[in-house]
Design a protein around this ligand. Structure first.
Ligand SMILES: [Zn+2]
Length: 321
């Protein structure tokens, strides 16, 4: 029995937790589709499986591409205190002030969103179906990451406050436990965003403002839970693993007053808004007739190789473990 338990613990410790978790990223891209206008739905709806499956490609890419790591976070606390006005919001101005190497070291998530938005707009202009879908999936991922408070802090996994594991707890464990059962994702139709950079900084700063509560509530709650109540062996996807117990997770969610649900809902809305904005800025090209066969040999090959590297390689750069 002791052998089995140590084996299970070893398996859990070697397991990796990803940004928003695979579960939530897939949900976010999937729900965003339903907020799109019919002119876009004709392409996006038949591509639901693609957009969900590929929602986590950017995380997998970190295993093969060094440049990918810094695109998922920004350590805003490296730039003073909220609202971090030391840091220019404009990429070129930020480079002039801090240098590109330093910016990359502390994460470039807000600028990456602008870059992919521009690429998606270009793909719509070119009516390039494969690129539209790939970049939509990617953009959904980065926007999702930007809504996770710990993606804006250098204490990204509670390593500085002895709260190791809190990253995956907030963004994977809590949504997996509650999203399907208790949360709703009825949202507004996709809206046109006239100033995407400002909007991006707005949700990045909202995330930064929430970091203290994310950490504090976990620390407070831990005082009233014994270790064997805080963690428990529970079933997760047909495997028995040691994780934050259901009771601890639910109580944490209650203390946060719906923060995880709210950030996930806002992610869904923002993903739809940004997809829609790219399409409008490209001149609302007709997408009808583009759906066709979604899975080409090359998209299958790309997915296969990403999945291979994801399983077999250590992450390049900072991970969300
Ligand atoms: Zn990520």
């Amino acid at each position: 029995m002791r052998y089995i338990i140590s084996l299970l613990i070893a398996l859990v410790l070697s397991g990796k937790v990803y940004c928003w978790g695979f579960y939530a990223h897939e949900k976010i891209n999937g729900y965003a589709i339903y907020l799109l206008p019919p002119e876009m739905l004709v392409l996006y709806k038949p591509s639901t499986a693609y957009l969900k499956t590929h929602a986590t490609d950017p995380d997998k890419r970190r295993y093969i591409l060094k440049a990918e790591g810094p695109r998922h976070f920004i350590d805003l606390d490296k730039y003073g205190r909220y609202p971090f006005s030391e840091l220019p919001r404009n990429w070129q101005a930020a480079i002039n002030k801090f240098g590109e190497d330093s910016l990359i070291q502390h994460g470039i998530l807000p600028w990456r969103i602008q870059q992919v938005l521009a690429m998606l707009t270009g793909a719509f202009r070119d009516k390039n179906k494969a690129s539209i879908l790939k970049l939509s999936a990617d953009l959904g991922h980065y926007i999702g990451d930007a809504h996770v408070p710990l993606h804006t802090s250098s204490n990204h996994n509670g390593q500085k406050t002895n709260q190791h594991g809190i990253h995956g707890f907030w963004e994977s464990r809590v949504p997996e436990l509650l999203a399907d059962q208790e949360w709703d994702f009825f949202l507004e139709k996709a809206r046109y965003i006239s100033q995407p950079a400002e909007t991006t900084w707005k949700f990045i700063l909202e995330s930064a403002l929430a970091v203290d509560s994310v950490l504090l509530m976990e620390a407070e709650l831990s005082k009233s839970f014994a270790a064997d109540e805080k963690f428990a062996f529970e079933w997760r996807k047909q495997a028995l693993i040691r994780q934050y117990s259901s009771s601890f997770s639910k109580e944490y969610n209650r203390l946060l007053r719906g923060m995880v649900e709210r950030r996930m809902r806002q992610s869904v809305q923002a993903v739809a808004d940004f997809w829609y904005t790219a399409w409008v800025n490209a001149g609302q090209p007709k997408l009808k007739g583009m759906a066709g066969e979604m899975w080409t040999d090359s998209s299958q090959n790309e997915l296969d190789s990403l999945s291979f590297y994801w399983r077999s390689q250590p992450v390049k750069g900072k991970s969300c473990d």
